[in-house]
Design a binder for this molecule. Sequence first.
Ligand SMILES: C[S@@+](CC[C@H](N)C(=O)[O-])C[C@H]1O[C@@H](n2cnc3c(N)ncnc32)[C@H](O)[C@@H]1O
Length: 252
Amino acid sequence: MTKFDEEIEHARFYDTNLNWEPRIKREVPFLQKYLANKNILDIACATGRHSLALEEFGAVSLGIDISPGMVAVANEKKKEQDGKSTFFTADVSALDLPTKLKEAGLKMEFDGGIMLGNAISNFGSLMAGVRGMRNIYSLLKKNSTFICQTVNRPNSFFYFPPRFQPDKVFIRLMVPNQQVAENNMFLHAALINLKEQKYEFQRVSKTFMYSVEEFTDLVTSVGFKVVEQYSNYNGDPVDESDGATTIWVLLK
Ligand SMILES: C[S@@+](CC[C@H](N)C(=O)[O-])C[C@H]1O[C@@H](n2cnc3c(N)ncnc32)[C@H](O)[C@@H]1O
């Protein structure tokens, strides 16, 4: 299996493992209030689900993801749905991101954007987070809204609730990194086939997670203003406990 085949397989797993219908129903009505009819950036777009769902509200996206497999699956979905958004493979935290977009003849200015699913943690280090947020800020027009979702950094081991599928379970455990290193947590993820009693896959990735205070510092240091903060898409107040979600409405 080539690296690209592995990436595609992972992207298909990501796309089929999540319960997308309720997720899109929960998130998109909130997002469209800020982003309808705009040209937006979908940072770490994965298989393009949010970009394509926002098209119903007149938004057109440039979705960027570091994984060519995710981008390939996003392009398949675009074709199926006759979508208008563009999906592009790039590292959002790379210093040459603007040059890459320019060379590919892509848009360089956007009216808004999203970065959902705690994607910032997958950038893997604080420096990558800072560079990524700087790139995002530079690609947005003044007065643009950028909406992100983070998961508060746990101070110790943290389990996400297991997701059961027929005969399978998907588990994720966050483990703090005790060493002085670029990443502050490891994410252990495994899909276990309960019938055949074997791992379908298991992987450990480096992540850098933020407390609410730390992410506030990061986004304000690159120039964003935090205008709204919630603990979910119903608009409930922020919850600063370990592993809780925070939704950020940022203004350039
Ligand atoms: C947890 S998924 C979130 C995806 C999607 N936004 C969502 O809400 O479901 C994280 C995504 O970030 C992408 N990613 C990780 N590091 C990246 C980087 N440096 N630049 C762009 N994408 C990145 C991964 O390939 C993956 O698709």
